[in-house]
Design a protein around this ligand. Structure first.
Ligand SMILES: [Zn+2]
Length: 180
């Protein structure tokens, strides 16, 4: 499993020129597929500064034995290291799925200027669905938020993943019943 994890230091998407939100989200989808192939919930993220990718992340809490390894956090760490700066001012973070509360906090603390997500996450998403975190008055930073970029693609890889996982669990139950 570990071999499927991305080495963000040498990832080929670093430096890719981005000319639209769709462009960036397509790259985030490549990283969602990396997570998928590693058996992780397929979420991918990229961070863009001056129209170039400076950070990449694939969701990896299981393979890295680190519950904080969501795609957004991995991409933030990668970008900060690459920039040599703990502040990611004037960057845009693209993520295939609406962020959770942990990632929303990390986005604010890293000073990402703009968040762009693909599909919504009705249960745990806090940009729009379960909560509107970025509108909270206690935040001292404004993060611009846009959602729904390539939403269909971002959502269908999630659907594909959970369908496969359900099928796998069903198969396992049947094997246990028949004693295979
Ligand atoms: Zn998260």
């Amino acid at each position: 499993m570990m071999a499927d994890q991305i080495n963000t230091a040498t990832h080929p998407l670093i430096g890719t020129i981005i000319s639209s939100d769709d462009d960036a989200m397509r790259c985030a989808l490549v990283l969602a597929r990396v997570a998928f192939d590693a058996g992780e919930v397929p979420v991918g993220a990229v961070i863009v500064a001056d129209n170039k990718i400076i950070g990449v992340g694939a969701n990896a809490p299981i393979t890295s034995l680190d519950p904080t390894c969501h795609a957004e956090v991995v991409a933030i760490r990668d970008a900060a290291k690459r920039l040599g700066n703990y502040r990611l001012n004037d960057t845009t973070l693209y993520v295939t799925v609406e962020p959770c509360s942990m990632c929303a906090g990390a986005i604010v603390h890293s000073r990402v200027g703009r968040l762009v997500y693909g599909t919504t996450e009705p249960k745990a998403g806090v940009a729009l669905s379960a909560e509107q975190f970025f509108e909270k008055p206690f935040l001292n930073r404004i993060v611009l938020v846009d959602g729904g970029i390539l939403a269909d693609e971002c959502s269908s890889i999630m659907t594909e993943f959970f369908a496969l996982r359900r099928a796998g669990k069903k198969r396992l139950k049947e094997q246990l019943k028949t004693g295979d």
